[in-house]
Design a protein around this ligand. Structure first.
Ligand SMILES: Cc1cc2nc3c(=O)[nH]c(=O)nc-3n(C[C@H](O)[C@H](O)[C@H](O)COP(=O)(O)OP(=O)(O)OC[C@H]3O[C@@H](n4cnc5c(N)ncnc54)[C@H](O)[C@@H]3O)c2cc1C
Ligand SMILES: *[C@@H]1O[C@H](CO)[C@@H](O)[C@H](O)[C@H]1NC(C)=O
Ligand SMILES: *[C@@H]1O[C@H](CO)[C@@H](O)[C@H](O)[C@H]1NC(C)=O
Ligand SMILES: *[C@@H]1O[C@H](CO)[C@@H](O)[C@H](O)[C@H]1NC(C)=O
Ligand SMILES: *[C@@H]1O[C@H](CO)[C@@H](O)[C@H](O)[C@H]1NC(C)=O
Length: 512
C-alpha cells in the first residue's frame, strides 16, 4: 500500500481507485495517525475482516483506521474531509459489525474506521450512568456490570456492537419496563463533520440528542454513550426448545402475552421458529426473560402450560450468561429483514405457514446446509411511552395505539452462489406476509432499522414528522453532507424522497 502511494505521488500510472485510496490512508498518516492504520499486509487485517457477523458483509478496505479516543476520531474526520477536496475519500464506520449487508459498516473503496479499540465500560455511581464506548460489544458491558450489581438497558447477544444497536433504537429485555435502548441514553458524545466533539443531551444539542435515537448514522460518529444505570442482580431467563407441532399454542400464548405486558412489564418473550437443514426438524426456540430474580414468573404461565419441551435452560442467571447463550456463529452468509404488523392471531399463524412453505422450497432448491429463523417480538405501546418520557426519539412508534409484533426473518447459508436463492426467498416471505397482513387490515408501516435489509426503507417508516426532524438535524450538524456522501453506508436521510416531511398540512398514508 505504501509503495502504491509512493507510485501515485510519483505520477506513475496506477488504477485510479488505488490512487484515491492511498491518498486517503496517506492523509490519515500525515495527520499523525500512522500507528492506528492497519493495511492489508498486516497480520491482524484479515482477523478484523473475519469479525464481521455476516460473511457477505465483508468488504476489504484499503486500510482500517483503529482510533483509540474521540480526539483521534476527530483528527481522522478532519483529515479525510480535507483530503476529499483534491481526490474523493470514501469511509465507513464500524462498531460491532453486525449489520448484515455489505457496505453498511465497511467499504472496499477507502477507509473503514473500526472502533473496536474504543470499548471501555465505566460506571459513574455519582450520577447513575455507565459510559460505554461504541466499539464495546454487549457481552463486554454485561461482564463489567454483573460484577458491580449494576445494569443498563442493552442488546441481547454477546458480540453485537453497542454503536450500531443504540442509534437504530435497540430492543431489550427491559424495553417494557424502561423503554428501548436509545431511550435510556443520558447523553451522546459525537464527532461532527467539522471535527468538533460535542455532547448531545436533553439540555444541549437536544435536536441531535433526539435524532440520534433511531436516526442512526446520519449526523456524526458517536464516540461515547452515557447510559442510565440502575441496581440489578441476577434475573430469570433462558431458552426453551419445543417441537413445531406446538405451533397453535405458541401463537395463542404470544398473542395474550403481547396484549398483557403492561400488567407486568418485567417480562419479555420472544417466539422463535427455527429450521436447520442439517437436522430437518422444525422447532420453536423461545426466549423467556424476567428482569427480577423470580423463578418461573406467572407472566409466562400460558407458555409454561405448553407440554413436551425438548430442553429448558431457564433459571435465575446473570446477563452475561444469557448473552452468551444467544450468541450466533459468524461463519455464514446472513440476511435478515423485518416487518411490523398488529398483534393479530391470523397474521401470526399465516406468517408461520408461509415460513414453512419457504423452508419446503429451500429444501428442494438449496445445495448446501442452511438455517432459517423467524423471530416474533411484541411491541406494546409502553415502549413508546417510556421513549416520550425520556425526551423522545424519532422512531415514530408513538403513532400507534395498540400492541404490535416486530417480525424478523433470518437466513444463514454457506455459498455465495446461493445468495440470489436465499435473498429471493427472504423477499417473497416478507412480501407475502405483508400482503396478507394488509388484506386483513392488520398491517403496520414501521420497519425496524436494526433488523432491516438494504432493500427496505426504515427511515421513511418513521413518518413525515420524524423524517423532517432527521433531515433538519443532518443539515444543521453536517451541512456539507460528509455522513451522507463520503460515508454512504447504512440508511441515509439523503436517500429519502425529498417531498416527504416537507408538506406537513396534507396527511399522507405513511403518516398514520
Ligand atoms: C446475533 C444478533 C443479535 C442481535 N440482537 C439484537 C437485540 O437484542 N436487540 C436489537 O435491537 N438488535 C439486535 N440485533 C440487531 C443489531 O442491533 C444491528 O445489527 C446493529 O446494527 C448492530 O450494531 P453493531 O455496532 O454491531 O453494527 P455495525 O454493523 O458496526 O454498525 C451498524 C450501522 O451503524 C453505524 N455505526 C456503528 N457505530 C457507529 C458510531 N459509533 N457512530 C455512528 N455510526 C455508527 C455503521 O456505520 C452501520 O451503518 C442483533 C443482530 C444480530 C446479528
Ligand atoms: C455469571 O454467570 C456465569 C455462569 O453461571 C458465571 O460463570 C459468572 O461468574 C457469573 N458472573 C458474575 C459476575 O457473577
Ligand atoms: C456523570 O458523571 C461522569 C463522571 O463525573 C461525567 O463524566 C458524566 O458527564 C456525567 N453524566 C451525565 C449524564 O451528567
Ligand atoms: C420443560 O419440560 C420439563 C420436563 O417435562 C419441565 O419440568 C419444565 O417445567 C418444562 N419447562 C417449561 C418452560 O415449560
Ligand atoms: C467529496 O468529494 C466529492 C467528489 O469530488 C464531492 O462531490 C463531495 O462534495 C466532497 N464531499 C465533501 C463533504 O467535501
Amino acid at each position: 500500500m505504501r509503495l502504491l502511494a509512493a507510485a501515485a505521488f510519483a505520477g506513475l500510472s496506477v488504477a485510479a481507485e488505488q490512487q484515491q485510496a492511498s491518498h486517503c490512508c496517506e492523509a490519515l498518516r500525515n495527520a499523525g495517525l500512522g500507528e492506528r492504520i492497519l493495511e492489508p499486509d498486516h497480520e491482524s487485517f484479515s482477523a478484523r475482516l473475519d469479525n464481521y457477523f455476516s460473511q457477505s458483509a465483508k468488504l476489504s478496505p484499503h486500510c482500517f483506521l483503529q482510533p483509540q479516543n474521540a480526539q483521534e476520531v476527530s483528527q481522522a474526520v478532519t483529515a479525510l474531509v480535507e483530503a476529499n477536496k483534491t481526490t474523493p475519500c470514501e469511509f465507513a464506520v464500524r462498531s460491532g459489525g453486525h449489520m448484515h449487508f455489505a457496505g453498511a459498516a465497511g467499504t472496499d473503496k477507502g477507509v473503514t474506521i473500526d472502533l473496536h479499540q474504543m470499548s471501555s465500560v465505566v460506571h459513574h455511581p455519582s450520577n447513575d450512568t455507565v459510559s460505554v464506548m461504541p466499539g464495546a460489544v454487549w457481552g463486554d458491558v454485561y461482564k463489567a456490570l454483573d460484577k458491580l450489581g449494576v445494569m443498563v438497558v442493552g442488546g441481547r447477544s454477546y458480540t453485537v456492537g453497542v454503536g450500531g444497536l443504540v442509534i437504530g433504537g435497540g430492543n431489550s429485555y427491559y424495553a417494557a419496563r424502561k423503554g428501548l435502548v436509545c431511550d435510556n441514553v443520558a447523553q451522546f458524545e459525537v464527532v461532527l463533520a467539522d471535527g468538533s466533539i460535542v455532547t448531545a443531551n436533553q439540555n444541549g444539542h437536544s435536536d441531535l440528542f433526539q435524532a440520534l435515537k433511531g436516526g442512526s448514522t446520519n449526523f456524526g460518529i458517536v464516540t461515547r454513550f452515557d447510559l442510565m444505570s440502575f441496581e440489578e442482580g441476577n434475573v430469570f431467563g433462558g431458552l426453551v426448545l419445543y417441537p413445531e407441532t406446538t405451533h397453535e399454542e405458541q401463537f395463542d400464548a404470544l398473542l395474550n402475552f403481547g396484549d398483557k405486558i403492561q400488567e407486568d412489564p418485567f417480562g419479555s418473550a420472544i417466539v422463535i421458529s427455527v429450521y436447520m437443514s442439517a437436522m430437518k426438524v422444525p422447532l420453536f426456540m423461545n426466549a423467556y426473560d424476567y428482569t427480577e430474580p423470580v423463578d418461573r414468573p406467572a407472566v409466562f404461565q400460558e407458555f409454561f402450560a405448553i407440554q413436551g419441551n425438548i430442553s429448558d435452560t431457564t433459571g435465575i442467571r446473570n446477563m452475561t450468561s444469557l448473552a452468551e447463550e444467544l450468541e450466533q456463529p459468524k461463519s455464514h452468509r446472513i440476511q435478515f429483514s423485518t416487518l411490523t404488523f398488529k398483534n393479530d392471531i391470523r397474521v401470526l399463524k399465516k406468517a408461520h405457514e408461509l415460513f414453512k412453505q419457504t423452508i419446503a422450497s429451500l429444501e428442494e432448491k438449496a445445495k448446501f446446509d442452511f438455517k432459517v429463523l423467524a423471530l416474533y417480538q411484541p411491541v406494546p405501546t409502553l415502549f413508546a411511552e417510556h421513549g416520550k418520557a425520556n425526551g423522545g426519539n424519532v422512531l415514530g412508534l408513538d403513532r400507534f395505539d395498540e400492541t404490535l409484533i416486530m417480525y424478523e426473518s433470518y437466513f444463514a447459508w454457506e455459498d455465495s452462489k446461493e445468495d440470489e436463492l436465499f435473498e429471493s426467498h427472504a423477499q417473497k416471505l416478507r412480501d407475502d406476509i405483508s400482503e396478507y397482513a394488509a388484506s386483513v387490515g392488520a398491517d403496520n408501516p414501521f420497519i425496524y432499522l436494526d433488523y432491516a435489509d438494504i432493500s427496505q426503507r426504515p427511515l421513511e417508516s418513521y413518518g413525515s414528522k420524524n423524517v423532517a426532524k432527521i433531515r433538519a438535524a443532518a443539515a444543521k450538524y453536517d451541512p456539507e453532507g460528509v455522513f451522507q456522501h463520503m460515508m454512504p453506508g447504512g440508511f441515509k436521510i439523503s436517500q429519502v424522497d425529498p417531498r416527504m416531511g416537507v408538506v406537513p398540512d396534507k396527511p399522507r398514508h405513511d403518516e398514520l
